[in-house]
Design a protein around this ligand. Structure first.
Ligand code: SF4
Length: 570
């Protein structure tokens, strides 16, 4: 393990997360991951006020003054809000809100959303530990602090937490462990079948059940080896890409709403939380303030030419997992790992191509399917990347030679004949659509990999070459037939694209603006369709499944799962 420097003071809120789950702590505070769910959004609301104000505590040595002010009888407590305290000795810091003090005695109060749990303590351990840590901070600053209070906002109920020697010892041990974990490069194991994962906002990023299922080889969620994988939630991403294709438009913001304007007229408004990426096509401006907002929120801005040539991506620096990239470069230099990964993605792609033909071509091309199956059996025995490349090419040429059987065009005026791939430039409408579909898919995979902190330009099967997003091309292999090819067939068969959407000349076939817009609709609709993950047996949209697969590549690179398995349709 790499030697680390001494960590900064650990915020007590992070201690709560470490006590809840060390993997959650690592994902949030080491890698900089975040995702909201209904619980965390409620929590933000409760804490929003706290982060806006800063107060100081009365001096504990002013005990006499406090008592005098109170006059006769019990002295009145002083309530101090949002008090920032830190201790080098304890190694922690925290914003306490509120703290009730009477003379030199201080009671921290921590506000929680929801209601107290139905257990003997009427609180969860992470909450008690966080409160105890606040008590320790108060003691360090000269107060006596014997207990704290948890205030549950929904129930308007206070629960007393006594600072027992056992709780103190447990808290000190957790502080030490969490500080050590804050500089660790190792992703802790997920919790096994824990109810905590149900309410964890990072569930879709952590993939606890998926990780454990993949550690049981062969992964089979129905087997007794491991509990069934819980459904991914939400199955569809609420946030969608915002394409700005209107030439001369500008993108700005109003609070947390993205606003697209042209000539003073509002063309579109979308809430930031509903935006997964902003795709700027051609002559479109975006303000610096909007870019800053998007970077902070982890929403990428994709820059394309008007003809959708991919220039690049603007992404914030919220992710800190440089170790994933280090592992990526390390694995890329290992021929056995590169070959194993390449076999997995080529096998998945070939399987999906064969399924496309078998399911949709009529009459069913039995002899072609048999020939493809024979070639596919050789994939797992391929001893080199060139051998694999040869097998992939042979399977692809059989697939493309028969893909035309799936076309039942609504607009018969265009020449939809297709029997093989050609490109740079494509020479017919079907190849023009396929090329465009693959370009869109490359972009989707590039953004997914960047979102995982990986380098999309450094691949395993596709070797790095200047300007080629090699890892994105690796990731998209298994999705080519089931997303891009499928969208092309739908666009042609439903009449979403027609002859007027293409310009055909001796120089090649160009998809016009109208055709691009129409095809993007078909492509995005395909990404939004639900499919069943073959290993985990839950349904999710293709858009979500691309993210899951990108995440599993990162997890394989970190050693969190033993192998990468491509996604296949049944
Ligand atoms: S999903 Fe479960 S294992 Fe993963 S971070 Fe959350 S609580 Fe931990």
């Amino acid at each position: 393990m790499i030697q680390q420097e001494q960590p900064d003071l650990l915020p007590v809120r992070m201690l709560n997360e470490y006590a809840y789950c060390p993997r959650l702590f690592h994902l949030m505070h080491v890698e900089g991951r975040w995702a909201d769910n209904v619980y965390t959004e409620e929590g933000h609301e409760v804490h929003r006020r706290i982060d806006r104000i800063d107060h100081v505590l009365p001096d504990p040595e002013d005990a006499d003054a406090t008592s005098e002010d109170a006059g006769q009888g019990e002295p009145a407590p002083t309530i101090s809000r949002s008090v920032q305290l830190g201790s080098e000795t304890l190694g922690i810091s925290g914003k306490l809100d509120p703290v009730s003090t009477v003379a030199d005695e201080a009671v921290p109060v921590d506000t929680k959303r929801g209601r107290p749990p139905d257990n003997p303590e009427r609180s969860w351990e992470p909450e008690r530990v966080q409160l105890m840590a606040q008590g320790l901070l108060l003691r360090e600053h000269g107060y006596r602090s014997e207990y704290g209070m948890l205030y549950f906002a929904a129930a308007r109920t206070r629960v007393r937490v006594d600072f027992t020697p056992e709780l103190e010892a447990r808290t000190l041990r957790l502080i030490e462990d969490a500080r050590r974990a804050s500089t660790s490069t190792i992703l802790p194991d997920p919790l096994d079948d824990s109810p905590k994962c149900n309410g964890c906002s990072l569930n879709g990023i952590c993939l606890p059940d998926e990780t454990l299922a993949l550690r049981h080889v062969p992964p089979n969620p129905a087997s007794a080896g491991h509990a069934a994988v819980r459904r991914l939630y939400p199955p569809r991403s609420d946030a969608l890409p915002l394409y700005v294709q209107e030439q001369g438009a500008s993108v700005g913001k109003r609070g947390e709403v993205i606003v697209v304007k042209k000539d003073g007229e509002e063309l579109a408004t979308v809430r930031l939380k509903d935006t997964s990426q902003i795709v700027l096509c051609g002559n479109v401006q975006i303000s610096a303030q909007t870019i800053q907002l998007l970077c902070e929120a982890g929403v990428p801005v994709v820059h394309l030419s008007r003809g959708h040539w991919f220039y690049g991506v603007t992404y914030g620096t919220t992710l800190r997992n440089a170790y994933d990239r280090a592992a990526q470069f390390h694995f890329a230099a290992d021929p056995s790992k590169t070959l194993a990964f390449s076999r997995a993605i080529v096998a998945a792609k070939a399987m999906n191509q064969r399924t496309m033909l078998g399911r949709n071509a009529r009459p069913r091309p039995e002899s072609v399917l048999k020939e493809m199956a024979v070639l596919m059996r050789k994939i797992r025995h391929a001893q080199s990347l060139p051998e694999l490349l040869g097998l992939e090419g042979a399977i692809a040429s059989k697939y493309f030679a028969n893909l035309g059987m799936l076309l039942r065009p609504r607009d018969m005026s265009a020449d939809w004949a297709f029997d093989s791939r050609n490109r740079r430039p494509p020479r017919d409408p079907v190849n023009a659509l396929l090329s465009f579909g693959y370009a869109l898919l490359t972009r989707e995979c590039t953004v997914a990999l960047i979102g995982e902190g990986l380098d999309p330009w450094w691949g395993f099967y596709h070797q790095p070459r200047h300007g080629r997003p090699a890892l994105a091309l690796d990731l998209m292999e298994e999705f080519r037939p089931i997303i891009a090819d499928s969208a092309v067939i739908t666009a042609i068969n439903t009449g979403m694209v027609s002859a007027s959407d293409f310009t055909v000349s001796s120089a090649g076939c160009i998809l016009r603006d109208t055709g691009r817009k129409a095809f993007i609709k078909a492509y995005e609709a395909r990404l939004d369709q639900l499919a069943t993950h073959p290993l985990f047996d839950y349904r999710a949209s293709w858009r979500v499944l691309i993210r899951v697969q990108a995440r599993l590549i990162a997890r394989w690179l970190r050693g969190d799962v033993p192998e990468y398995i491509g996604i296949t349709t049944r």
